[in-house]
Design a protein around this ligand. Structure first.
Ligand SMILES: [Mg+2]
Length: 173
């Protein structure tokens, strides 16, 4: 199926964190606390997606208070941190939302994302994803993770659904 056709069916977009919502960099304070850098354009994109009726979820292998904070700020209800099976987490979101896997998109960058990417209707990858992940993806961003790839993915989905233009019009009211 073409990425555009798959995008039209998407009701839930699930995002990886490291290398997707961030550039993959891990900063550590002297106390050992991890810090990550998020992108504000991605943040507004997530807000726009939610306003357009799309549900956004976040699945990450790592568990970090700064990610929990960002997820909370963005009003993301489905947050699965920690070392668990990303495929299981994805299915839990599908169940909670009452949607089929074909109505889901997943944006990833590395081998740990293989399970969700293999089952969703719209597998998406960031431009600097690992080669095997790029191969699996029906859609690849032009921007790397942490530098607007999430916003680009959301723009693509909303545009295919004819909702991007409506969001832009509503913004200008
Ligand atoms: Mg990642």
């Amino acid at each position: 199926m073409r990425a555009e056709d798959a995008a039209r069916r998407v009701k839930v977009l699930v995002l990886d964190v490291d290398g997707v919502l961030t550039d993959g960099g891990l900063y550590y304070t002297a106390e050992g606390l991890a810090m990550k850098r998020f992108n504000v354009q991605d943040g507004l994109g997530i807000k726009l997606a939610q306003a357009a009726g799309l549900t956004v979820g976040v699945i990450t292998g790592l568990d970090s208070p700064c990610v929990a904070r960002r997820v909370h700020e963005l009003g993301i209800r489905h947050y699965f941190p920690g070392f668990r099976d990303k495929g299981d987490s994805l299915r839990a979101i599908a169940e909670a939302e009452g949607v089929g896997l074909e109505e889901m998109a997943f944006l990833g960058d590395d081998w740990v994302d293989v399970k969700p990417l293999a089952v969703v209707g719209l597998p998406m990858a960031v431009a600097n994803a690992q080669p095997e992940i790029l191969e699996m993806a029906a859609w690849v961003s032009t921007r790397p993770g942490g530098h607007g790839a999430v916003r680009e993915a959301i723009r693509f989905i909303l545009h295919c659904q004819g909702r991007l233009e409506a969001q832009w019009a509503a913004w200008n009211e």
